[in-house]
Design a protein around this ligand. Structure first.
Ligand code: UFG
Length: 335
């Protein structure tokens, strides 16, 4: 298929681009490179541009005879979304509407959305199944939920087919070690722990040690980025007119912050300095997915079954790219 991947130069997007290309799909990446990295995707597929430019999106859809869109482009910092909601509603919601409008004009009606477990808020039950109430507790989650609703309405009214993939905690890197996680600023646990292992940070701060969990720290469900990428490929291939899929993507196993640090120490063979700090506002104590529906509907199952193997791939990336993509800067070939 011919696929437009918005935000394809970002962390999850770049792994998905590779996955689609490896499976013989034709890919066009649209990324404004505000957070993405040109070096994360082949120069030949990258178009530098913004989703706000609806006419640009429309002409890309037309010119490349695009059959489906995979929509990653979005801001992803929960804390920032609380401080700057306008920024999040504008980019994550309004620009998604612009994308859907351009798709309608161009006659493209298949889309896979990068959604999030943040749409659930504090879960009513664990593990989290797709039918649980969605009560997001921050603008990031609310804007993503609103996009899911728009997709529902576009499916009903215009026959769009969509899959909203609700990720839990994306982690790891390509086993080849050449693409990986590089956020600025970095706020995610595993990269921060590995940066501390490399001596790039003096210590890791544990945000809260008084949660109602066995060791007092938050529990999350870490899922390998290549497993997420694979789910997007399977979802695109299964889209049906007028039908919407909402699927959780997680490993179905929870790990506490302390466990993550311990696994990172095992993988790196280094001792990692830790400081215990207060809770970070907005962090639910435990988030663990049920991905039974994704397994059933997509025939998907994560290839990375344990945190150790996920962290090994992250370590390969971080230890060879201490400064992320800045270790081999390139903006060559941007169209
Ligand atoms: N944590 C620390 N210290 C740090 C960083 C994180 O203790 O320096 C803790 C957090 O408090 C949390 C866990 O590590 O308990 C994981 O935190 P991350 O920031 O890595 O990930 P989040 O669970 O906050 O965020 C992820 C996605 C978001 C998504 C959110 C939904 O990255 O995009 O899940 O809850 F919105």
């Amino acid at each position: 298929m011919r696929i437009l991947i918005t935000g394809g130069a970002g962390y999850i997007g770049s792994h998905a681009v590779r996955c689609f290309l490896e499976h013989g799909h034709e890919v066009v990446v649209l990324d404004n490179l505000s957070h993405g990295h040109a070096a994360a995707v082949p120069a030949s597929v990258l178009v530098r541009g913004d989703l706000a430019e609806e006419d640009l999106v429309f002409s890309l859809l037309r010119q490349h005879r695009i059959e489906a869109v995979v929509h990653f482009a979005a801001y992803c910092y929960v804390g920032e979304s609380v401080r700057e909601p306008e920024k999040y509603y504008d980019n994550n919601l309004v620009n998604s509407l612009r994308l859907l409008r351009a798709m309608r004009r161009a006659g493209v009606s298949r889309i896979v959305l990068s959604s999030t477990c943040a749409t659930y808020g504090i879960p009513a039950q664990l593990p989290i199944t797709e039918d649980q109430p969605q009560r997001p507790i921050n603008p990031y989650g609310r804007a993503k939920l609103a996009v899911e609703w728009m997709l529902d309405d576009f499916a009903q009214a215009y026959g769009f087919s969509y899959a909203a993939l609700r990720y839990f905690n994306a982690a790891g890197a390509s086993p080849k070690g050449d693409i990986g996680e590089d956020h600025d600023p970095e706020t995610h646990l595993i990269p921060l722990v590995l940066q501390a292992a490399l001596g790039l940070k003096p210590f890791v701060e544990i945000f809260g040690t008084d949660y109602p969990t066995p060791d007092g720290t938050c529990i999350r469900d870490y899922i390998h980025v290549d497993d997420l990428a694979e789910a997007h490929r399977l979802a695109v291939e299964r889209l049906q007119p007028g039908v919407g899929l909402k699927l959780n993507l997680g490993s179905e196993t929870g790990h506490s912050v302390r466990e993550v640090i311990r696994v990172c120490e095992q993988v790196t063979g280094r001792s990692i300095p830790v400081r215990e700090g207060p809770r970070r506002p907005g962090d639910p104590p435990i988030l663990v997915a049920s991905s039974a529906k994704a397994r059933e509907v997509l025939g998907w199952s994560p290839r990375y079954r344990d945190l150790h193997s996920i962290v090994e791939t992250a370590w390969r990336w971080h230890s060879t790219h201490r400064l992320g993509y800045a270790d081999r800067p390139t903006t060559k070939g941007v169209i």
